[in-house]
Design a protein around this ligand. Sequence first.
Ligand SMILES: [Zn+2]
Ligand SMILES: [Zn+2]
Length: 264
Amino acid sequence: MRVCVLASGSKGNSTFIEGENTRILIDAGLNKTELETRLKIIGIDPNSIDSIIITHEHNDHIKGLGTFARAHGCKIFAHPDTWAAMQDKVGVLNTEKRIGIYGNDFYINELAIHPFDVSHDAAHCLGYCVMDGTKKISYATDLGFINDTIIKNLAESSLVILEANHDIPRLMNNPRYPIYLKNRILSKRGHLNNKDSAEAVLKMLGYGIRGLIAAHLSEENNTPELVLQALNETVARNGGELAKEIYVDIAKQHSVGNIYRIKS
Ligand SMILES: [Zn+2]
Ligand SMILES: [Zn+2]
């Protein structure tokens, strides 16, 4: 499998995943032109995208969804509550392109998709595991908290894309953020902070994950350095050394991320 985070953060999210014969996106939160441009940067013809699987209806995840899917004939998979919530924003689609996710695993050609629930202030919010034979990539952003149920879904992934949204002190001290917004972000239906994200990664090291892309970083309330610091400190506290345990990357908002080829 190949994977590339095309964009990540509150201004737009989309991740490209490729199996042996199938190309999909998780979310389409950039406008159609920007999404096409970023796919072309990594050498992918937008017309070759088979399907788009949607986490939730917030604009940073579906901004270009309707226009991109119509232009390139993509199927869209989303939870029924997400379909209801994003109907007006997505516009008209052929019925056969609109597919509901009812909680069960499903296939897009050879790719097996395992959806799992996460807590966020959306109609419904899903994380995903995408599997191709023995290889597994997991994706979880926009979650107010993480627990053992979610961590077990991410276990044994070759690559985990996990939210590390904010540094709590930096968010609390941000004078540009009103208190209601701080409370929203910090709530159980908000976004995952660096500390909780790092604790989850520490647990996942015991579950055999190989690589991590920290994602959905707040541009105001986080930095890649703070994410790495939280990860390093958490792993070191447990007697480990992050760089020896796992490969770590940070997803970017304004440019295409690295392309990873997952071999096992
Ligand atoms: Zn988001
Ligand atoms: Zn969201």
